[in-house]
Design a protein around this ligand. Structure first.
Ligand SMILES: Nc1ncnc2c1ncn2[C@@H]1O[C@H](COP(=O)(O)OP(=O)(O)OP(=O)(O)O)[C@@H](O)[C@H]1O
Length: 392
């Protein structure tokens, strides 16, 4: 655990970058420092690896004061990733990643073998190994930066706006990759961003800082969204807090029905028989049980023959039952032309369908349950109670 105890940093020109900050950063999880520009995020991160020394206060790593430790050893235990990756331009990708192991005295072959393994781990094709950084896209360079920081297998990873310089689509991919790597490696990650959505997606714990380097709130994302500490945090979180919070509710308990699900060899006449007032549409699946589209019985032409595929209405995006959240389920239902969401299993086979009204009821009961556990003995709500985090 990293304990930040009453840390203050005043720069020589009198700027107070961080003001009496205390945080307990848990092991094997992602803690995000977020806040507006100039609120002291980078300064805080750099005090953890002693690139910046505090004016007062102290930082403990696993109970030991980092200021009493040799700085080189400390930095070796902490990988560091920055915006634009900060790669060595005159070294190949493989040698960039092998830098720290080489510094630690590994022979060239062993260091390069480790670098190759890491390239695979961060999703870089081995054909890029001999290229130089300028021959890579921004997203690929960031992956190299992450691989390089992981090379000596440090328990701690410090990441300073690592994905800010890439476009939003690549950024989402890199975030997903980081979560995947974290699931495998379980590092203690301190991640700086000014993007609250990134913080909510990645953070197990989020520290919101305000200008002047003061802590506004330190909480799991679900709690931040449901109970912002003050107007500053509420403003910073932006609109749609309620809907965004649904990302933290699993779809696992959602009531599904298979009544309107029919196989593709059903005829239009049989469909007309199955339709009822409660289910005005029927979902047609292929022979594997994967969705093909919705049939509206009243509008189907033909009788005894199999369904004409061109008469089906798009089923939109299905959600993966149990893995995705109530927010995903609601989004599917809202975007569905029929107003019904299609639930599938991991292989994409239909497990049932659910209506907007049913999802609405599930949202209400999930809220009631969460609030109940938050006010119960020892409960903090959200992840604080150990609730499983829904796929991010
Ligand atoms: N070396 C320095 N000398 C004087 N002031 C500094 C120095 N480095 C940072 N500052 C100031 O300290 C404050 C906090 O800076 P810091 O870089 O930690 O903020 P930040 O939250 O990371 O900002 P950003 O999101 O813009 O990167 C700012 O007002 C900044 O101008």
């Amino acid at each position: 655990m990293i304990q930040i105890e009453s840390i203050t940093k005043r720069y020589p020109d009198g700027t107070t970058a961080v003001d009496n900050l205390s945080l307990e950063i848990p092991d094997s999880s992602i803690t995000v420092l977020v806040g507006p520009s100039g609120c002291g995020k980078t300064t805080t991160l750099r005090m953890i690896n002693r690139m910046v020394e505090p004016s007062s206060g102290r930082i403990l790593l696993d109970g030991a004061d980092i200021h009493q430790q040799p700085v080189n050893g400390l930095r070796r235990s902490m990988g560091y990733v920055i915006q634009n990756a900060g790669l060595f331009q005159h070294r190949t990708i493989l040698d960039n990643i092998a830098t720290v192991p080489r510094m630690l005295g590994w022979d060239k072959q062993r260091a390069r073998k480790r670098a190759s393994e890491l390239m695979e781990r961060v999703g870089l094709d081995s054909s890029l190994a001999k290229r130089y950084p300028y021959q890579l896209s921004g997203g690929q360079q960031q992956r190299v930066g992450v691989a390089r920081a992981l090379a000596a297998d440090p328990p701690v990873l410090l990441m300073d706006e690592p994905f800010s310089a890439v476009d939003p689509i690549v950024r989402k991919v890199l975030q997903a990759e980081l979560l995947r790597i974290q699931e495998e490696l379980g590092k203690t990650i301190v991640f700086v961003t000014h993007d609250i959505d990134e913080a909510i997606r990645l953070g197990d714990m989020i520290a919101v800082l305000r200008t002047g380097g003061r802590l506004a709130q330190f909480a799991p994302p679900d709690e931040l969204l449901s109970r912002p500490a003050d107007d500053f945090v509420e403003d910073f979180l932006g609109t749609d807090r309620g809907v965004r919070r649904l990302s933290f509710f699993t779809s696992a308990g959602l009531e599904l029905t298979t009544a309107p699900v029919v196989a593709v060899d059903t005829t239009a006449a049989q469909i007309a028989e199955r339709a009822g007032a409660e289910v005005p549409y029927l979902l047609v699946t292929d022979s594997d049980g994967k969705p093909l589209g919705w049939a509206e019985p009243g509008r189907l032409t033909g009788g005894a023959d199999s369904l004409p595929a061109d008469q089906l209405i798009s089923y939109g995006r299905p959600f993966e039952f149990g893995r995705e959240s109530l927010r995903d389920a609601l989004d599917c239902a809202v975007l569905s032309p029929t107003g019904w969401a299609v639930a599938v299993d991991g292989a994409g086979r239909v497990v049932g369908v659910t209506s907007q009204a049913t999802i609405g009821a599930a949202i209400r009961s999930a809220h009631a349950e969460r609030e109940g556990s938050a006010s119960g003995p020892g409960g903090q709500g959200g992840q604080g109670t150990g609730a499983v985090r829904v796929a991010r």
